[in-house]
Design a protein around this ligand. Structure first.
Ligand code: PEP
Ligand code: MG
Length: 578
């Protein structure tokens, strides 16, 4: 905790944007209760109690899903499909029934099975599966509460809206929060990409996460300011600070209203440069969100969703059907599709992935092609057919050398030749690009630019690889920042190289939607910003508020610093971050 003239400030991670001011209220969703272990004399009756509890939990989850679909949108509601699927898992049901059949009580049988499942998932050293472990615990607790006659309803005792303080929040608790009762939440654990943060963003509840254990020593009822834009919390602010904060909050509310009504206007800088503001999507539902949020196009379609949760490589027709659905939603807007970006960090046995010691440096994404060219060939064919009438752009992830680009290009040409021979309808005039997310590619950007139509900078990975910081490891999260001067220099080098060769360049990492980053990226000459659909209206407004020429000066200045904190302090002094 940092104490400045009587004020205490906590620094965490920006979980969901927005500002809030109110009294802290500690929330402990799961009290530590001992699960009784006893033998049952009537396994049939015990099994029926178990079935009732699962049925009741299923009904509750379906309601939560509906609430999220209504209050937020369909793609976030899918988180709860995974919860429902888990409750139908035959292996889980069998393990619990066997234990009950052998005479154990339902509570112990259920919690043993859940604990085992969670332990197995946590051991796998896989970020996606670690998220699933949180989901499994969440569902497990819900069922257990039913068995023990405890309510799953969230009962916030205070009668005025509060700032919720918790160690962590499960997805279902986050989804159940009532915006009228919860001004914001702050958690000791959590990351900007956890389900709690994703849901908070979608529900419009400001959140700061990863604040550390010190957060929990905060007193009940203590006044706090929560800045979900910058990941900061101030305790007991003085009068001047509070006044400035409340003013900012008013402006924030007015801006949000204005942004919504201007979402469909183009983003033109004050000196007349038209900038594309596109959306990052990963499903058909996201595509709808993107269009409704005023996106100028799709800047990144992540295609992994087609391959996860499958036991075989999806057939060409299946992939094509999904692409055609997305094409129908986006109509005339341009679409940039990224080919499969899976590897040793995600367990997909049919693709040939294995557990690796350093999965982010291993056999993943474009590196799969020499062993499995069939995967890319089938994806190219499906994309070309599914997006037959669209303004299709295809880009390769994780490229680190020109050979990979050449190899993939040859497969792309083969896919087109095949479709021509087969007399099938497919997209013409497709633009071919790469993601720049490995430092070697940024350094050699001049060479790459001669062989592609465009670049899209993936700052999430570019930061990870430039700073050698695992993007999923919370312990080193404080080192990871795209504002690090080395990352900024690589971004600038990439943009300059693209423009020298007459290519356009976009950026689709989280940084593209960050209000602190947008002006300097504009100043560096970025042509396209691609971000989560919810950030599009405010990003457009920020671009409209600056001239590219003045931002160029800010960018030049920012590139002079040697430390991340100095860059951020400089930018914060120049721009209002909202
Ligand atoms: C990135 O690395 O910046 C990016 C957009 O890709 P992903 O986050 O899917 O790795
Ligand atoms: Mg990436």
């Amino acid at each position: 905790m940092q104490k400045v003239k009587g004020k205490i400030r906590l620094s965490g991670l920006a979980g969901a944007p927005g500002l809030a001011y109110g009294k802290a209220h500690h929330f402990r969703p799961v009290e530590d209760v001992t699960i009784s272990r006893s033998s049952n004399n009537d396994p049939v009756k015990e099994q029926s109690r178990m079935d009732d509890a699962v049925r009741a939990a299923r009904a509750e989850i379906a309601m939560i899903k509906e609430k999220v679909a209504h209050d937020a949108n369909a793609s976030e509601a899918h988180i709860f499909d995974a919860h429902l699927t888990f409750l139908n898992d035959p292996a889980l049901i069998k393990r619990v029934s066997n234990a009950i059949g052998q005479g154990l009580n339902a509570e112990a049988a259920w919690s043993d099975a859940i604990n085992l499942f969670v332990e197995q998932l946590e051991k796998l050293n896989d970020p996606i599966l670690r998220t699933r472990a949180t989901d499994v615990s969440d569902v497990g607790q819900r069922v257990l509460n039913h068995l023990m006659g405890r309510s799953n309803a969230i009962d916030l005792e205070p009668d005025e809206p509060v700032v919720l303080v918790a160690e962590d929040l499960s997805p279902s608790v986050t989804a159940s929060l009532d915006k009228k009762a919860v001004l914001a939440f702050c958690t000791a654990l959590g990351s900007a990409t956890s389900h709690a943060s994703i849901l908070a963003k979608a529900l419009g509840i400001p959140a700061v996460v990863g604040l550390g254990e010190q957060l929990l020593s905060l007193q009940e009822g203590q006044l706090v300011l929560v800045d979900g834009y910058n990941g900061r919390v101030v305790l007991e602010p003085d009068e001047a600070e509070l006044e400035a904060f409340l003013k900012r909050k008013d402006t924030d509310r007015e801006l949000a209203m204005m942004d919504r009504s201007n979402a469909f206007l183009p983003a033109v800088s004050m000196d007349g440069y038209r900038i594309e503001v596109a959306a990052n999507i990963g499903s058909v539902a996201d595509a709808r969100d993107a269009v409704e949020s005023g996106a100028d196009g799709i800047g990144l379609l992540r295609t992994e969703f087609l391959y996860l949760n499958e036991s075989n490589l999806p057939r060409e027709e299946e992939q094509m059907r999904v692409y055609a659905e997305i094409a129908a939603v986006v109509g005339d807007l341009p679409v940039v599709v990224r080919t499969l970006d899976i590897g040793g960090d995600k367990s997909v046995p049919y693709l040939g992935t294995r557990n690796e010691v350093n999965p982010f440096l291993g056999w993943r994404a474009i590196r799969m092609i020499s062993e499995r060219p069939d995967i890319l060939l089938s994806q190219f064919r499906s994309l070309l057919r599914g997006f037959a009438g669209s303004r299709l752009h295809i880009m390769l992830p994780m490229v680190s050398s020109v050979d990979e680009l050449e190899e993939a290009r040859a497969i792309f040409d083969a896919a087109r030749e095949q479709l021509k021979t087969e007399k099938l309808v497919f997209a013409q005039d497709v633009k071919f690009g790469i993601m720049v997310e490995v430092p070697s590619t940024a350094i050699l950007a001049d060479h790459f630019a001669k062989q592609v139509d465009f670049f899209s900078i993936g700052t999430n990975d570019l930061t990870q690889y430039t700073l050698a910081v695992d993007r999923t490891n919370q312990r080193v999260a404080h080192i990871s920042s795209p504002f690090h001067p080395a990352v900024l220099k690589l971004i600038k080098m990439t943009i300059d190289a693209a423009h020298r060769n007459g290519r356009w360049v976009g950026l689709c990492g989280e940084m593209a939607g960050d209000p602190l980053a947008i002006p300097i990226l504009l100043g560096m000459g970025l042509d396209e910003f691609s971000m989560t659909p919810a950030s599009i209206p405010s990003a457009k407004r920020i671009i409209r508020n600056y001239s590219k020429a003045e931002c160029q000066k800010f960018a030049e200045e920012a590139l002079r610093f040697e430390k991340t904190e100095l860059v951020k302090a400089y930018l914060s002094s120049k721009f209002q971050c909202m």
